[in-house]
Design a protein around this ligand. Structure first.
Ligand code: F6P
Length: 357
């Protein structure tokens, strides 16, 4: 794109370590190309409200490892669903006004498929954007990894390592509920890496009966404890294959607030009179905190620099995607048509083939 002068960045949706590393890379790569960067606070809300901060080299100094986002985030949606369509609200006009008055040549939105979906819908209104896929859920299609997923895995596997010792000592069933919304990436990869005995993901409805059998099977071979990792979106057949959600809580993108399946499963196992006591640990927002792992810091740096380069090359309505060792520009239309990305079948097969229920 000829004579790009100013880039606007925003961070939307669930936060994670790695976002600040990406902001740092964007600012540093832009500076090297003589571009100015402005940050919009709290996701799309900041663009709607023209809540903007300058982002210079001094503003991103020292933030590489720091979790969260210095810009803040929100789940603000300038579109509203009518039937199957997302229709623009007057907030879209406010976004167009802000982009014009702030002379922003292109936006770099950092977030999951909700944040990137807004960018894609704004493209038809003339807003140029290059997105960066970031969510601990790892459910944005078109990239091998989303920023933040690897750091969440570090939290989950460390928790499972710690819980193994107490489950073994007390001969207990420890149920660990993890995030991931409607995808099982955190549960499956974290569960395998953490040595879980049972892993329950949204992609495969489960029955309490089968979980009880798996625990009894372990007991028969002298293993008097079990670690169960259950994704918050896991779907018990006893509940008609529906996830356990918090009554009446739905966000601006239509997502119900999930949570509670761990305690529900513990209650059901107790009703079955299992000889081992079930106990529950819900990792919740620990999975979104902490420092970025080296993998996420490198991925963030690559994605941030590539996003600026894609803007300079005139690309838009795309996102940065990791494909093997390469970072490529992936059309958002393609990404959104295939998101949320279900957990890899080969990883499910791997778990089952090494005896994980
Ligand atoms: O999308 C990331 C995520 O952490 C999901 O795994 C989880 O279901 C959701 O955000 C929680 O949303 P909130 O942060 O609004 O409570």
């Amino acid at each position: 794109m000829p004579n790009v002068k100013r880039i606007g960045v925003l961070t939307g949706g669930g936060d994670s370590p790695g976002i600040n590393a990406a902001l740092r890379a964007i600012v540093r790569r832009a500076a090297a190309a003589g571009l100015e960067v402005v940050g919009f606070r709290d996701g799309w809300k900041g663009v709607i409200e023209d809540d903007v901060v300058p982002l210079g080299l001094a503003d991103v100094s020292g933030i590489l490892p720091v979790g969260g986002t210095i810009l803040g985030t929100s789940r603000t949606n300038p579109f509203i669903k009518e039937g199957k369509e997302w229709k623009p609200t007057p907030k879209v006009d406010r976004i167009l006004e802000t982009v014009k008055t702030r002379k922003v040549d292109a936006l770099i939105p950092i977030g999951g498929d909700d944040t990137l979906g807004v960018a894609h819908r704004l493209a038809s209104h003339g807003v140029r954007a290059v997105g960066i896929p970031q969510t601990i859920d790892n459910d944005v299609a078109g990239t091998d990894y989303c920023l933040g997923f690897h750091s969440a895995l570090a939290v989950v596997t460390d928790a499972l390592d710690k819980l193994h010792t107490t489950a073994h000592a007390h001969h207990r069933v420890l149920i660990v509920e993890v995030m991931g919304r409607d995808s099982g990436w955190i549960a499956l990869v974290g569960g395998i890496a953490g040595g879980a005995d049972v892993i329950l993901v949204p992609e495969e409805p489960f029955s309490v009966h089968d979980v009880g059998k798996a625990i009894e099977h372990r007991l028969e071979s002298g293993r008097r404890f079990s670690i169960i990792v259950v994704a918050e979106g896991a779907r018990p057949v006893e509940l008609g294959g529906k996830p356990v959600a918090q009554e009446g809580r739905v966000d601006q993108f239509g997502h119900p607030q999930l949570g509670g399946v761990g305690y529900w499963l513990a209650g059901e196992l107790e009703k079955k009179g299992l000889p081992l006591t079930p106990r529950v640990t819900v990792l919740a927002y620990l999975q979104r905190g902490g420092v970025a792992t080296p993998f996420d810091r490198m991925l963030a740096t690559r994605f941030g620099a590539a996003a600026v380069e894609f803007v300079l090359a005139g690309k838009h309505d795309v996102m940065t995607g990791l494909r093997g060792h390469d970072v490529v520009a992936v059309p958002l239309a393609e990404v959104l048509a295939q998101s949320p990305k279900p957990v890899a079948r080969e990883f499910l097969a791997l778990a089952r083939n090494i005896g994980v229920r």
